[in-house]
Design a protein around this ligand. Structure first.
Ligand code: UDP
Length: 322
């Protein structure tokens, strides 16, 4: 198969491209290198079955050409990271909604199967733990910038389902929960690369709020395996699936584990949210995926735990520093 991977130079997209190539597929990456990095895919360039186009998913002419050339589309291109979402609110909404509109429109026109990557953010501040796909999304007010991301992604999901309902566009939606691993940058806020960089540098590890908020982290290699399987499973079309890992950790516990792992003398510094972010930020207290549905559909079982995730990220960042 020849697949288009939008956002293929990003952290998750580059691992996905690698996986697809390893399975014998051809890959066309569309990425504007805004948050993605060329270094993520530099090692793939030159392979006969790999091609890159540097352009934005918001450009309809380019998207049409790319979709026309392939047999299936993984749509990962998106604004990413809480920091970027809060700092660049217009670009965030335009990229998410405009980009997905283009991808779905041309996939519908050329009848290409498409996998849309969404996010656990769409559950918002729901307190019903764990989050199952049929649960209500509890989004905050439009005056709080963070929720624009959740709403834009939810609108993408609605649009995908609308195409499915109107014309049976073969589309499947994957809601990703805190995906982590090598190549993720801490620049846009992601907590694990930030903590490990701070630990390795002996700088204070900055825990936002009181650190009692929790997350469940999934290894990117588990996640990309699930994305490929979902795409290859016709029974999954017209539906939404959580992908993640249900192992929960508080951010304070995470900071302590990183300090031990990096053998660091770093202190742990609690930073009030009001100092960490511009106005318009609100954190989620807990976010745990219910994985029953995706397990039933593709027998998904994450095989890498938090220790392995932390080890892999540390190994990469240690190499970078030497
Ligand atoms: N966080 C933190 N310190 C940092 C970066 C993030 O304490 O330097 C916290 C953040 O407030 C959130 C959690 O870590 O509670 C996960 O943040 P991230 O941005 O990685 O992902 P999110 O789950 O918020 O999308």
């Amino acid at each position: 198969m020849k697949y288009l991977v939008t956002g293929g130079a990003g952290f998750i997209g580059s691992h996905l491209s690698e996986r697809l190539l390893a399975e014998g597929h051809r890959v066309l990456v569309l990425d504007d290198l805004s948050t993605g990095r060329y270094e993520n895919i530099a090692h793939l360039e030159g392979r006969a079955n790999f091609e890159v186009r540097v352009a934005s998913v918001t450009d309809p002419a380019i998207v049409e050409r790319c979709v026309n050339e392939v047999e299936g589309v993984f749509h990962l291109a998106s604004a990413v990271g809480v920091k970027l979402v809060v700092d660049q609110p217009v670009k965030t909404i335009e990229t998410i909604v405009g980009g997905t509109d283009n991808v779905l429109k041309f996939c519908a026109r050329y009848r290409r199967p498409v996998l849309l990557t969404s996010t656990s953010e769409v559950y918002g501040k729901s307190e019903k733990i764990p989050f199952a796909e049929g649960d209500d999304c509890v989004i905050g007010p439009t005056t709080t910038r963070r929720w624009a991301y959740a709403c834009a992604k939810a609108l993408d999901e609605f649009l995908a389902m609308a195409h499915w309902n109107e014309s049976r566009l073969p589309v499947v939606i994957a809601r990703l929960f805190n995906t982590v691993g090598p190549r993720q940058t801490g620049r846009y806020g992601m907590v694990i690369p930030r903590f490990i960089e701070q630990g390795l540098a002996g700088e204070p590890i900055t825990v936002f709020g009181d650190g009692t908020q929790s997350r469940c982290f999934a290894h990117v290699l588990d996640v990309v395996g699930a994305l490929v399987k979902l795409m290859e499973t016709p029974a999954a079309r017209g539906d939404v699936f959580n992908i993640g890992n249900a192992e929960e950790v508080t951010i304070l516990q995470l900071a302590e584990r990183v300090r031990t792992l990096t053998g660091s003398k770093s202190t742990i510094r609690l930073v009030p949210y009001s100092q960490a972010f511009a106005a318009g930020f609100e954190d989620m207290v807990r976010r745990v995926p219910d994985l029953a549905k995706v397990r039933r559909m593709i027998d998904y079982r994450p095989t890498r735990n938090l220790d392995q995730i932390l080890d892999d990220v540390r190994a990469e960042l240690t190499t970078d520093r030497t």
